[in-house]
Design a protein around this ligand. Structure first.
Ligand SMILES: CC(C)(COP(=O)(O)OP(=O)(O)OC[C@H]1O[C@@H](n2cnc3c(N)ncnc32)[C@H](O)[C@@H]1OP(=O)(O)O)[C@@H](O)C(=O)NCCC(=O)NCCS
Length: 168
């Protein structure tokens, strides 16, 4: 059974196992260390658990109570402070079983029930079909393509904008 839960220090080793994989990191923004040690994961968990709980909503994704990934919503600033960007990944051995779709649904429920956020959005790379499908299956609306919006691994890439608003 898929659940999301607040991070705990003891999750560092499981988190490192999930993210120490180029196939995962190639679909995320830059800045995450690779190779990824348990210490790197411990630092991430510490940053999440000490962040302002009104702005950072970071969870482990668990399958049968074992940590297999990460998901979060991060509140915007200024005029965007009632919107939040979401991000997620899970260990490659668990891809394709519907787990992240379920985690995204759980995150959306949590955010709309517990915060004043009115819009969640995600910007997957346009070629990341799995992530786009996750968002579509979880009820997000495709709003358009952001052309030449990033450079990843030396390549100019398009990104797609998806949103889920409280009145969806
Ligand atoms: C993207 C990611 C989170 C998806 O997680 P997941 O648990 O495998 O997702 P789900 O199983 O819920 O849904 C994935 C869907 O995409 C489909 N899919 C995957 N690769 C595909 C491809 N190349 N072409 C078409 N469909 C594809 C799957 O079949 C599934 O659809 P289905 O349920 O209709 O069969 C996971 O692949 C991952 O961690 N990737 C690396 C990090 C990443 O991309 N994060 C998101 C950044 S925006």
């Amino acid at each position: 059974m898929t659940k999301i839960k607040k991070w705990q220090a003891e999750d560092a080793s499981a988190l490192a196992k999930a993210i120490n994989n180029k196939a995962v990191l190639d679909n995320l923004r830059d800045g995450i260390p690779f190779p990824h040690s348990e210490k790197d994961s411990a630092e991430y968990i510490e940053a999440m658990t000490s962040a302002d709980p009104n702005n950072t909503f970071a969870f482990a994704i668990t399958l049968n109570d074992e940590v297999i990934g990460s998901i979060g919503a991060f509140r915007g600033v200024n005029i965007h402070n009632r919107t939040a960007e979401i991000g997620y990944y899970i260990a490659q051995e668990h891809w394709g079983k519907g787990i992240t779709t379920q985690a995204v649904r759980l995150l959306c429920d949590y955010i709309f029930e517990n915060t004043n956020i009115i819009r969640l959005y995600a910007e997957p790379f346009a070629h990341n079909i799995a992530s786009c499908k996750v968002l579509e299956k979880a009820g997000f609306t495709y709003e358009g393509t952001l052309h030449s919006n990033a450079v990843k691994n030396g390549k100019v890439i398009d990104m797609k904008m998806y949103s889920f608003t409280i009145d969806n």
